[in-house]
Design a binder for this molecule. Sequence first.
Ligand SMILES: [Zn+2]
Length: 136
Amino acid sequence: MSNWIWENEAPKDEGRLKRAAKVKVDSLSINENECKGVFIGSEGTIYQTDLETCSCPDFAIKQGYIPCKHILRLAMEAGIINANGNTPQQQRLADIAALRQQIASAYGFYYHFDSPIMPDKKYDELKARLADLEAK
Ligand SMILES: [Zn+2]
């Protein structure tokens, strides 16, 4: 499997991810031996894509350093990344960080102002979700 940007911690290109979700798909071949797609460009041009390379001009301009929208879409369809461009592991870490921040801010608010910003039940739910994610 190629070592694309989705393996890195680099910030995701939201614009490209949105374009990837909208790109027209002609055909996909995704199985354990093959991960290929055929996409139709705005002018009707056909692009051949796999996880390593794409025949579109955008990919050629970037000289293969950044996956184009077709490669991203293929990776989405194959379940390698989600709509946010995260692998399952990256999404898990992002969810853990977000939950920790919510819990810390709720705790901090209660500690400093002696007044909860969320009901105890909700706070307990956040802590349970965090424990669940951290256990995975
Ligand atoms: Zn492309």
